[in-house]
Design a protein around this ligand. Structure first.
Ligand code: TYD
Length: 205
């Protein structure tokens, strides 16, 4: 097993249908094959808050944006304490499928001030080392997951995801990598892999 000098947190973000979960799974396999001590988590998580989010989401519009925000925040706090902190302490490479950038983008697109969501998260989150943002047109993203979701939801969803995408595109900083999610899966995975392996190189031994 390769020993790193510190735990590394890599986040995958993007609108629904961008393919981030597929890419996260490919990276996880590649890292394991190269003998990195790697683990995968996601938000919403598998905790009681994560399960509540999934349950309530099934009842369309059953929550106000503020109630949604509160649930995602509670879920994140638990995910950090229970999953992220222990794994990073063991110097693992943590791949995290969605993080607080999703809250800024999704709940921000529902009218809550993105700046205030960012501020409340920065008070307790662990700063990620790399954030991949998989970028795709909202219509194209929805087409990819058409058979996963109900067709009649799609129109409303598109207007919403256009706003979510705009917020995702607005993140600036050296940890952010915007990825064109319309390219073929293997082209994207190779790009991601190159960036990640280059980054990890600096922390070996
Ligand atoms: P996800 O589990 O990635 O989607 P899927 O069920 O397709 O695998 O995320 C579920 C939804 O939750 C997704 O539409 C984005 C949304 N979400 C927020 O609105 N705010 C958040 O803070 C997070 C983490 C997710």
């Amino acid at each position: 097993m390769i020993i790193l000098k510190k735990g590394i947190l890599i986040v995958f973000e993007g609108i629904d249908g961008a393919g981030k979960t597929t890419q996260a799974e490919i990276l996880l396999r590649r890292l394991k094959k190269e003998k990195f001590n790697t683990v995968y988590f996601r938000e919403p998580s598998k905790s009681k808050w994560g399960r509540e989010i999934k349950k309530k989401a099934a009842l369309l519009d059953s929550l106000t944006p503020e109630e949604e925000l509160e649930l995602f925040q509670k879920d994140r706090k638990e995910n950090i304490e229970r999953n992220l902190k222990p794994a990073l302490k063991k110097k693992k490479v943590v791949i995290l499928d969605r993080y607080y950038f999703s809250t800024i983008a999704y709940q921000g697109a529902k009218g809550i001030d993105p700046g205030s969501i960012q501020k409340m998260n920065k008070e307790f989150v662990i700063k990620p080392d790399l954030v991949f943002i998989f970028d795709i047109d909202a219509g194209k993203g929805l087409k990819r997951i058409e058979n996963r979701k109900k067709r009649d939801m799609l129109f409303e969803r598109k207007e919403y995801l256009i706003k979510v995408r705009e917020i995702f595109q607005s993140f600036k900083g050296k940890e952010f990598i915007q990825v064109d999610a319309t390219e073929p899966i293997d082209i994207i995975s190779k790009k991601v892999e190159r960036i990640v392996f280059n980054f990890l190189d600096k922390f070996i031994g």
